[in-house]
Design a protein around this ligand. Structure first.
Ligand SMILES: Cc1cc2nc3c(=O)[nH]c(=O)nc-3n(C[C@H](O)[C@H](O)[C@H](O)COP(=O)(O)O)c2cc1C
Ligand SMILES: Nc1ncnc2c1ncn2[C@@H]1O[C@H](COP(=O)(O)OP(=O)(O)OP(=O)(O)O)[C@@H](O)[C@H]1O
Length: 153
């Protein structure tokens, strides 16, 4: 897809931004990041600050360690800890062609489109797919933690 970007930065590699907590890594995360990478050329992952994870239990693993693990995954070109207050500040700086929302991320795609338009950011918002439901694994950080508590607690 190199060179065919029609967004604000034509002629350059199409940057895709993915984001999430990534508390305890599992194949669902890898599936999401592979899917996101296929939407462009260069994948930058914004790892949520623990203080911004307010819609579910706070992560067990500290932010810098979550960032380092995500940075080591094959589809990922760069992983950075997010902004502490303004989730659109890194987006303004990165100027991505695509924001890839996770299949179950609570963010509303139209709300994000409206916020991007308010800031004059020209960027597509897409949703990634879910990992195959019949996979015999534990594809959720929260469920891994629950299982540890049930079986080892
Ligand atoms: C476009 C976008 C940008 C984001 N940027 C940041 C950020 O700069 N800092 C941050 O702490 N979280 C950021 N987030 C993450 C959210 O704050 C939220 O915690 C995260 O999406 C949780 O996803 P999860 O439930 O899938 O783990 C961003 C999310 C989106 C959709
Ligand atoms: N099974 C899965 N299939 C596809 N994408 C997934 C899967 N699990 C998580 N993701 C995606 O990975 C990103 C980060 O997810 P997150 O850190 O919330 O993981 P999680 O395992 O769903 O966490 P929790 O169990 O605490 O909700 C999100 O965009 C999410 O949609």
């Amino acid at each position: 897809m190199t060179g065919d970007r029609s967004g604000a930065n034509p002629g350059s590699d199409a940057v895709v931004v993915a984001q999430g907590t990534f508390d305890i890594l599992h194949p669902g995360h890898l599936h999401y990041l592979r899917d996101a990478k296929a939407m462009g050329d260069r994948l930058v992952v914004i790892v949520a600050r623990s203080t911004n994870v307010t819609h579910k239990e706070s992560p067990v693993v500290p932010g810098p360690q979550r960032r380092e693990m995500v940075a080591g995954l094959d589809p990922v070109d760069e992983a950075r800890l997010g902004h502490p207050e303004d989730i659109f500040a890194p987006i303004e700086e990165l100027d991505p062609a695509v924001i890839a929302l996770g299949y179950d991320q609570h963010h509303d795609a139209d709300g994000i489109r409206a916020a991007l338009a308010d800031r004059g950011i020209d960027c597509e918002v897409r949703r990634a797919t879910a990992h195959e439901p019949d996979y015999e694994g534990v594809l959720s950080s929260g469920r891994i933690i629950d299982r540890i508590l049930d079986e080892r607690g």
